[in-house]
Design a protein around this ligand. Structure first.
Ligand SMILES: [Zn+2]
Ligand SMILES: [Zn+2]
Length: 109
């Protein structure tokens, strides 16, 4: 027993789910300040930055994100909720229109 060999390759589906390089965390390394005004990378609409702490992430989809900046977890692009939803075919999974990775609210460290 115990001759099971581990594959060293990561499965494509796992890497697609977390298309983030180690040490590169745009949702943390964004340099944004709470209350700052930014523009959406797609529609250039004005968005407010609302930083949340990683321990209390509650991404709501019921309109609470109106006018709130979302950030791509892979490329760091800032998007509004409408543009992120328009880039996705899943209304519960907003995506980056640029690289198709998931978006989230920017977080404070
Ligand atoms: Zn937009
Ligand atoms: Zn992106």
């Amino acid at each position: 027993m115990a001759l099971f060999r581990r594959k060293r390759r990561y499965s494509p589906s796992a890497s697609a789910l977390y298309a983030v390089q180690a040490g590169h965390e745009p949702w943390l390394d964004h340099g944004l300040a709470d209350g700052e005004t930014v523009t959406c990378g797609r529609c250039a609409g004005q968005l407010g930055v609302r930083l949340v702490s990683p321990s209390s992430v509650t991404v709501s989809h019921d309109g609470a994100l109106d006018g709130i900046a979302l950030i791509c977890t892979a490329c760091g692009r800032l998007l509004c909720r409408d543009c992120a939803l328009a880039a996705s075919d899943n209304p519960y999974m907003p995506k980056c229109d640029h690289c198709r990775a998931g978006v989230t609210v920017p977080m404070s460290r």
